[in-house]
Design a protein. Structure first.
Length: 236
């Protein structure tokens, strides 16, 4: 039976626990498991994070989605992609990627709003994302009919190494010019000057903007080179 551990071996014990955890674990949970002070555990986690970074290890420790989790180092993503890939992400269609981006950047959002932004009915891709755990129902809108609102899930945060949706990169950073950035704001519901909105043909493809935004995140194994993939279009 485990009877506690001295502070010298605390980082190693934390690393062992996190290694077998398939989701982020809070400092409080780890402290209870080890019967240690939560402040000491938090400090040990920060020290372990720095130690892994300074020693150029193949894994990193990150604080995401309200807890701590081990991730593969971004420098080795191409190598890992040759060995093991996330099948769910690999099979995600262009339509599903577009819907996921819209939900992530506009949440909470209704089905009708998603379809209005895409310009096409989006029930199929949205249902797929709900089934795969990337999107969840998040209440109802205070509008006629009380339509269901949708938002991203903790699984989404874990997959892309985010502490919260606020950590998403600004999509406007991937626009080629200010006019296109304003069109992005318009399509996502933010105000833009009417005389500054360009033709939609100037807008980069939604899947390309999503791929660029995803690639900019400090992701995990799920970081995929979308340009090299052939997407399943069954959900369109």
């Amino acid at each position: 039976m485990f009877e506690g551990i001295d502070l010298e071996h605390l980082p190693a014990a934390l690393e062992a626990l996190l290694f077998v955890s398939d989701e982020p674990v809070s400092a409080l949970t780890l402290a209870k498991m080890l019967d240690e002070n939560v402040e000491e555990v938090s400090l040990a986690l920060e020290n372990l994070q720095k130690q892994l970074e300074d020693s150029s290890r193949g894994i990193q420790l990150r604080e995401v989605a309200g807890g701590w989790r081990l991730y593969t180092h971004p420098a080795y993503h191409e190598l890992i992609e040759q060995y093991v890939l996330s099948w769910d992400t690999r099979r995600m269609s262009n339509a599903a990627l577009e819907v996921l981006a819209i939900v992530a950047y506009s949440q909470p959002v209704t089905r009708a709003q998603i379809s209005a932004i895409r310009g096409v009915t989006s029930d199929g891709p949205l249902n797929t994302l709900v089934e795969r755990g990337y999107v969840r129902e998040a209440g109802t809108a205070d509008t006629p009919g009380n339509p269901t609102l949708y938002a991203t899930t903790r699984t989404f945060l874990e997959q892309y190494g985010l502490r919260s949706p606020a950590d998403l990169p600004d999509l406007e950073e991937f626009a080629p010019d200010e006019k296109t950035a304003q069109l992005i704001r318009e399509r996502l519901g933010a105000p833009a000057a009417a005389d500054a909105i360009p033709d939609e043909r100037d807008l980069p493809s939604p899947e390309q903007m999503v791929a660029d935004a995803q690639a900019s995140l400090l992701g995990v194994v799920e970081k995929i080179d979308f340009d090299q993939l052939t997407f399943n279009t069954d959900d369109e």
